[in-house]
Design a protein around this ligand. Sequence first.
Ligand code: FAQ
Length: 312
Amino acid sequence: EEQQRNDAFEARIEAGDFIEAKDWMPEHYRKTLVRQISQHAHSEIVGMLPEGNWITRAPSLKRKAILLAKVQDEGGHGLYLYSAAETLGTSRDQMLDALHSGRAKYSSIFNYPTLTWADIGVIGWLVDGAAIMNQVPLCRCSYGPYARAMIRICREESFHQRQGYESLLTMMRDGTEAQKALVQDAVNRWWWPSLMMFGPADKDSPNSEQSMRWGIKRLTNDELRQKFVDATVPQAELLGISLPDADLKWNAERDHYDFGAIDWNEFWRVVGGNGPCNTERLQTRVKAWDDGAWVREAALSHARKRATEAKA
Ligand code: FAQ
């Protein structure tokens, strides 16, 4: 009977059906989705921190309003994604506990510091740019609740990308030499970590093959990374900044840009908890959770009181 259910499931995947929360699914499919969606949610939540660092120091009211809206969107994306993961039978408490105890992963990119205002523009341009490249294909993920959440999230991410690029254009066109140098310095620091967001090379990616077969992922890590490089190089040219890779050049035969070797030791070091800001990010999240305990207690107590009143 299990075999029959499994065959029927595989046939639905093959036919391009969406799998819904109450449908039967193999345990491994469920686990893979919980892993990916909860990591994605944690990334959005931890991803609020590097930018949050600059809200009080934004250079104008307009930039501050934009940044506030962006960081709030990220909080919303995190909550949306926790809900999508909850449809698979995991609780938010379990997911948060995994994050706060350091067992859960979140994107390596958020373990780098935001040193100057230019970093905020560069995060929008490169980090949100990479996020969109990875997430647009996820709108066609075989798991319905995740795919549908991705649609709204991608729309908001594209606003995030554009505000970042526009802020860099302003600095590069109207800025002083010192401001232009800040942009170049930020690009130099964020370029390689952005390429690492797509995950290990396909040959070193243990989850890709099965996730591709199940339509959880639609494009491989290397395919997405190449698409990102191809889309980003012309944007860098328009900005008038250089990318920190001597091997980056157009390859007419492949019809793609070639690029240099990624430092995978750095990638695994950061994923393993030893990047520049891992400890600080986790501590900040745990403190926010602990500091919010009284709000949760008050809300629960209020709900209990209302329930008793309703009965009386
Ligand atoms: N960082 O076998 P694979 C955002 C782990 S965007 C940390 O290739 P998979 C928006 C991976 O989990 C960022 N860990 O894994 C925003 C696995 O370990 P595990 C979030 C990484 O799942 C913008 C191991 O390495 N986006 O937040 C990373 O098939 C600006 C082997 O890897 C998403 O999460 C990494 N970069 O492919 C917010 C998108 N890469 O789990 C604020 C959804 C790999 O077995 C500001 N996720 N690992 O212990 C995905 O598409 C996939 O999960 C990949 C990884 C592509 C990230």
